[in-house]
Design a protein around this ligand. Structure first.
Ligand code: GAR
Length: 201
């Protein structure tokens, strides 16, 4: 299965996906897309000989319709948002029904929505005194963090002393759960049954 990964920054989830690809060759990252001209995640892509694309309205960026044409040529079957911080235009989301997924660093439907990304999420979780947090992989729909939930993993944060400590614990499970879900897509084991997202064994 050919996939495209959207990134905005560091790219540790992209690296986890590439590591998993090398381990089991069930899927292949064919494109890495960013809302930036350059970012550390692009360096990971270049190191692994994966084509990169900068998308957006500005000069030097390609538009979303051109990106869709590139995806057609590359036969992209799944789009993975791994730390991509911009909202994707409705027309692009509508082109790929149930083919775009996102990882969020908290247990949705709590601690999601506009402005809830990266350390902001962990600060909100820390300030709430929640005793568990975790990672969520969900389908992307037309608003931030509201699509159907595919998989979640929890971490115990009852003893943490800072948002950064939560971030570290959650990132560890992100690196497991995202490759796990992509592999399930490659095996055709992610389904919508009775309006719910289901992962088959
Ligand atoms: C990850 O923690 C991801 O869950 C988060 O950004 C980080 C990217 O890290 N995404 C969001 O907050 C989206 N709302 P990475 O670039 O090292 O993968």
């Amino acid at each position: 299965m050919n996939i495209a990964v959207f990134v905005s920054g560091r790219g540790s989830n992209l690296q986890a996906i590439i590591n998993s690809q090398i381990e089991q060759s069930k899927f292949e990252v064919k494109a890495v897309v960013s809302d930036k001209i350059s970012c550390p995640a692009f360096e990971i892509a270049v190191k692994n000989s994966i084509p990169t694309f900068s998308v957006g309205g500005k000069e030097g960026f390609i538009g979303y319709s051109e990106l869709a044409e590139k995806f057609d040529k590359l036969k992209i079957e799944l789009i993975v948002l791994a730390g991509f911080l911009k909202l994707i235009p409705d027309s692009f989301v509508n082109k790929y029904p149930f083919k775009i997924i996102n990882i969020h660093p908290a247990l949705l439907p709590s601690f999601g929505g506009h402005g809830m990304y990266g350390i902001n999420v962990h600060k909100a979780v820390f300030e709430s005194s929640a005793k568990v947090s975790g990672a969520t992989v969900h389908f992307v729909d037309l608003t931030y963090d509201t699509g159907r939930i595919i998989a979640q993993r929890c971490v115990d944060i009852s003893g943490v002393k800072s948002p950064e400590e939560i971030a570290e614990k959650v990132l560890n499970v992100e690196h497991e759960i995202l490759p796990y879900v992509i592999k399930k897509f490659a095996e055709n084991k992610v389904k919508i049954i009775d309006n719910r997202a289901v992962v088959l064994d």
